[in-house]
Design a protein around this ligand. Structure first.
Ligand code: HEM
Length: 526
């Protein structure tokens, strides 16, 4: 078995010998002995802390693995890994934890930004680089197909990247002609939807209306993607009443199916006479019709299809289209929902943003650059409440990781890695008052002010909201534009107040505010 060194710059280094006596190169019997003796499977200067499989007296949030009773609470599963870890003085044991159950590959969970960065940079198709771990996303592959940019690894991933990423590139989207057409169409969709909400608010005697904004945001985001980006012609009504609920069900079933398949019972094996299974099949059929609808404009070269040069058949593109529709809708809805949920609880930040966007009528690249407070709000949203809350990786061979601070870690082949961005981004050690001037668990856009923040973070701080390294999000520019526009348009038109100060999360494929962004809306007097 090979051993490789992956460094923070993403280039695999020449293979370096693992010390044979301490583990990773042992055969399966040696590994089993090591597991039974509870010896760490890792080497290097970073010493991860061990997490027991069961520990009823520790008062942990749940067990440290998903099962049918806790799979809907993945954030609590991750929290379990760090239960009691703040008492550790050593950075390794405090922020990087592992579970090593006899007979299984180790699972490493890290909330250390230096390790997250090094492993993300070293994920790709070069020898000895990490794969994206397919285990936690097997339900996605059954719903979309395996040959996609999101799911594939190695040379298939590289092929998918070359095939489908160009229409999303900054150079394509920010081409003045493409941009102005897309932005105007996005703006019209946001304006139509907000006008409908404005009518409902104006019709109330108190001029204030309590609404859940998430369904409105989701419908607008889907319309932007299907009609503006892909150039299809779906009606607002069918997107809202048929396609959004179908996609919700497809996404919910992706999470359920991942856990059921692990228990040996994937959903496609269950008969349709179960009402839940029948509903799931109807939702998949509606999803397939939507996929066909966005592929049809390819023949006319409408929308983003204008920039798409490939001889790949429509059939071969379907898996990626499914990923873009379901994944992009999840991520952009999460992003805009969290931004508005935070602003609804922070009147001063909302007022400051309103003062910035009140005179903005269109979102050209120059305007976006000028809207510095909006950029702070969006960065702070992705930091505190990232849409994708963990990034799964897998070491396919024994792999050395070296951080920017020259710390090292050897992961044995087969190790499952969860880069726990959610907990990294809200830990006082990395984002607290001593580092950023404000407590880590609070929404304070001002911490980004004057930092020349880009939308992945600054030179000093990275929130990993769009990932890092070769598997960085290709949809960032599109998603960032949609979210900036929706958040700016809502704040320009309405004043938002949340009925509760707490802002808890629900998590599945992405995270979202648990209350569906419940707010009291008032029309702003201009
Ligand atoms: C604006 C909200 C969005 C957020 C916060 C977001 C976040 C992310 C993150 C964190 C990753 C990296 C995951 C990892 O390293 O394991 C990622 C990858 C990806 N995103 Fe996004 N995304 C967004 C929008 C979009 C859009 C609009 C699209 C496409 C239309 C898209 C398509 C993808 C794909 C295909 C990948 C996988 C890339 C690869 O593995 O090479 N995303 N996204």
């Amino acid at each position: 078995m090979d051993s490789h060194e992956a460094s923070a710059n993403g280039q695999p280094q020449p293979a370096r010998e693992a010390t044979p006596s301490t583990g990773p190169r042992r055969g399966w019997l040696g590994r089993l002995g090591q597991q039974l003796a509870r010896r760490s499977p890792f080497e290097g200067t970073i010493r991860p802390g061990r997490v027991p499989l069961v520990a009823p007296l520790l008062g942990r949030p749940t067990l440290p693995f998903p099962h049918p009773w806790n799979y809907r609470e993945p954030l609590r599963i991750l929290e379990t890994f760090f239960h009691g870890a703040d008492a550790e003085a050593d950075r390794g044991a405090r922020h990087t934890r592992y579970l090593d159950v006899p007979g299984f590959a180790p699972v490493l969970v890290t909330r250390d930004p230096a390790i997250i960065k090094a492993i993300s940079a070293a994920t790709g198709d070069k020898p000895g680089q990490f794969d994206r771990d397919t285990m936690p996303t097997s339900g996605i592959a059954r719903a979309t197909g395996e040959k996609t940019l999101l799911y594939a690894n190695g040379s298939i991933w590289r092929e998918q990247k070359q095939l489908v990423a160009p229409p999303f590139a900054r150079s394509t989207l920010f081409n003045p002609e493409v941009f102005s057409e897309l932005e105007a169409s996005f703006r019209a969709i946001a304006a139509n939807r907000l006008e409908a909400v404005r009518h409902r608010v104006a019709a109330t005697a108190s001029q204030s209306l309590r609404v859940q904004l998430e369904p409105e945001i989701k419908a607008a985001m889907l319309e932007m993607l299907v009609n503006s980006f892909f150039g299809a012609e779906a009606t607002t009504e069918e997107l809202r009443s048929r396609d959004v609920p179908a996609l919700d069900l497809v996404i919910d079933n992706i999470v359920k199916d991942t856990v059921m398949a692990k228990a040996g019972c994937p959903m496609h094996r269950l008969p349709s006479f179960f009402p839940g299974i029948r509903r799931a099949r109807m939702a998949s059929a509606a999803f397939e019709e939507l996929v066909s609808k966005v592929i049809e404009p390819r023949a006319m070269r409408s929308g983003a299809w204008k920039q798409f040069e490939s001889s790949a058949s429509d059939e071969a593109l379907r898996p990626n289209i499914r990923v873009f529709l379901a994944g992009a809708l999840e991520a952009t809805t999460s992003y805009a929902s969290w931004a508005l949920a935070h602003l609804a609880r922070n009147p001063a930040a909302q007022e400051r943003l309103y003062q910035e966007v009140r005179g903005v009528d269109d979102y050209s690249p120059e305007t976006l650059k000028r809207l510095e407070y909006l950029s702070c709000v969006l960065n702070e949203t992705l930091r505190l409440t990232p849409a994708l809350y963990f990034h799964p990786r897998r070491a396919s061979v024994d792999t050395w990781v070296r951080t920017d601070q020259d710390q090292s870690l050897l992961l044995p082949a087969g190790t499952h890695v969860l880069l726990d961005v959610w907990h990294a981004n809200r830990h006082e050690d990395f984002w607290g008052a001593a580092v950023t001037g404000s407590p880590a668990d609070q929404f304070v856009p001002e911490r980004w002010w004057g930092k020349g923040a880009t939308d992945q973070g600054t030179r000093e701080w990275s929130h990993f909201g769009f990932g890092h390294g070769p598997r960085f999000c290709p949809g960032k520019n599109l998603g960032q534009l949609e979210t900036a526009l929706v958040v700016g348009a809502v704040i320009k038109l309405f004043e938002l107040r949340a009925p509760t100060p707490q802002n808890p999360a629900k998590a599945g494929v992405s995270t979202k505010p648990l209350d569906g962004v419940l707010v009291d809306l008032r029309i702003r007097q201009r």
